[in-house]
Design a protein around this ligand. Structure first.
Ligand code: COA
Length: 258
């Protein structure tokens, strides 16, 4: 049984989590399939320049699969958490941005999956939350850490301790999501932003993503050192020469990613 649909349009890969009868709940099988699909994208010679992750039906992802978790022993629960962590790290380490197009519920593991993407666009009907404490557990796919980094530790504490579910407008106010659109426009708006990213120098976008990620946990001087290294390395790329030449010649640049 397949839970993941994906398709390419030019340089944009759209990945759709498709288990709508269970609100796209993340079973171990679904998580493994998503990991395999994503790994295959990384291994392709023609890699995407941007990906969009969304869900089929009324949910983005309503959480890790509670039925599949109910009888786990601690060691099994740890393996499940590691599967989620590995996927989150793959998203963060991917050399192209991933936009989470959150079309509905993004609860628990769904919110965590969206947080592991580069940024989130949401439908106005979307709902976010980390309700794990209601189930007697805590977020296990990076939520305690990424939510705190995104919205600040005090707000993350409030959301994680109460399990409160918030609407898209509140998520926007908190900076959890970058923009909110009417549901019917969410994919078109996500694609329009992905298209803008795809027109940029792919090596530059990948370097920016890497430096933003690595710098987050470093001191400012150490992070600036990373930036200087990545900035200078780009001056050995064809894309840098093309980008600057195109500006001087008053034309659009054509980047090859080399
Ligand atoms: N794990 C497993 N199954 C889930 C699920 C999850 N996280 N979320 C939803 N489902 C299943 C339901 O069990 C139901 O299956 P069924 O039709 O076989 O009974 C189906 O998806 C539809 O969900 P339902 O609860 O009927 O939809 P709703 O619109 O009434 O409510 C939610 C939507 C999101 C409020 C509700 O499904 C919910 O609270 N889900 C769990 C959220 C959660 O705690 N996530 C964190 C998990 S760590």
């Amino acid at each position: 049984m397949s839970f993941i649909k994906h398709s390419r349009s030019e340089y944009i890969e759209t990945i759709t989590i498709s288990r709508p009868d269970k609100l796209n709940a993340l079973s171990p099988e679904l998580l493994q399939e998503l990991t395999d699909v994503f790994r295959s994208l990384l291994e392709q010679p023609e890699r995407p320049r941007c990906a969009i992750l969304t869900g089929e039906g009324k949910a983005f992802v309503a959480g890790a699969d509670i039925a599949a978790m109910a009888n786990l022993l601690p060691a099994e629960a740890r393996r499940f958490a590691e599967l989620g962590h590995r996927l989150g790290s793959m998203f963060e380490e991917a050399p192209f941005p991933i936009i989470a197009a959150v079309n509905g519920f993004a609860l628990g593991g769904g919110c965590e999956l969206a947080l592991a993407c580069d940024f989130i666009f949401a439908a106005d009907s979307a709902k976010f939350g980390q309700p794990e404490v209601k189930l007697g557990v805590i977020p296990g796919f990076g939520g305690t850490q990424r939510l705190a980094r995104r919205v600040g530790v005090a707000k993350a504490r409030e959301l994680v301790f109460t399990g409160e579910v918030i609407a898209a407008a509140e998520a926007l106010r908190l900076g959890l999501v970058n923009a909110v659109f009417p549901g019917a426009e969410l994919m078109a708006q996500s694609e329009a932003t992905a298209k803008k990213i795809c027109a940029m120098g792919p090596l530059a976008v990948a370097a920016a993503k890497r430096v933003l990620l690595r710098g987050e946990d470093q001191s400012l001087p150490a992070a600036n050192e990373l930036e200087a290294t990545a900035f200078s390395a780009l001056f050995s790329s064809e894309d840098q020469r093309e980008g600057m030449k195109a500006f001087i010649e008053k034309r659009s640049a054509t980047f090859k990613g080399s």
